[in-house]
Design a binder for this molecule. Structure first.
Ligand code: IMP
Length: 196
């Protein structure tokens, strides 16, 4: 089965395929399905945004489409950057610029607890919708560590492992990450759906 990913992020595609290929599902980028849509993420929750993206790409491609909306929620920042994680600090910043800004915005002397959240939506041309959610708790490191992953990975610290996401192998990250957990939950939903 083929699913079109409502994203231009090749690293997200890789993480999805690493998990879903085990059940015979192949995910491709929207560009590979001949679709070029830029969906405005106007929702106030990860769930709303993932549904907006999956529905738009399903409608444009005529194929089943999957979307992940994800982000980092920091307790001391009242849940920010949250659904604005990709746009934190405005258009001009790259990944490193965004995590540096986050580090500089962390209030001193407060708990540094945070969580990554991923909401997945999959829209089928017949109108059916599957959803799943995953969360990964951690803390915000005092300085970036590690070279792997993307986005805020170098500053997202896992106290039990004493490493940031960026210091994990892809397999280690997938086993515990918000997206990995959401994809596992999605996989279970998809199996139920296909065998109904
Ligand atoms: P989305 O593409 O709208 O879901 O944007 C999610 C944003 O959240 C990304 O651009 C990253 O900044 C951040 N993010 C989501 N998942 C991860 C992750 O696994 N590691 C690091 N940053 C992430």
């Amino acid at each position: 089965m083929k699913l079109v990913l409502a994203s231009k992020n090749a690293k997200k595609l890789k993480e999805m395929n690493e998990i879903l290929s085990g059940m015979g599902v192949e995910v491709c980028l929207q560009a590979d399905a001949g679709v070029d849509v830029d969906v405005e993420e106007t929702g106030s929750t990860f769930e709303e945004n993932s549904l907006l993206k999956a529905r738009a790409v399903m409608e444009a491609s005529g194929l089943a489409a999957i979307a992940d909306d994800s982000g980092l929620c920091v307790d001391a920042l009242n849940g920010a950057p949250g659904v604005f994680s990709a746009r934190y600090g405005g258009e001009g910043l790259d990944d490193a610029g965004r995590y540096r800004l986050l580090l500089s915005n962390m209030p001193r002397g407060q708990a540094r607890t945070a969580k990554f959240v991923s909401a997945i939506a999959c829209c089928f041309p017949n109108g059916d919708v599957l959803t799943a959610r995953g969360e990964c708790p951690g803390t915000i490191a005092f300085a970036p560590m590690g070279e792997g992953g993307f986005g805020y990975d170098p500053v997202f610290f896992l106290p039990k492992l004493k490493k940031t996401f960026a210091q994990l192998s892809p397999e280690e990250k997938n086993a515990i990450s918000h997206r990995g957990l959401a994809l596992q939950a999605f996989q279970a939903e998809l199996e139920k759906y296909l065998n109904r």
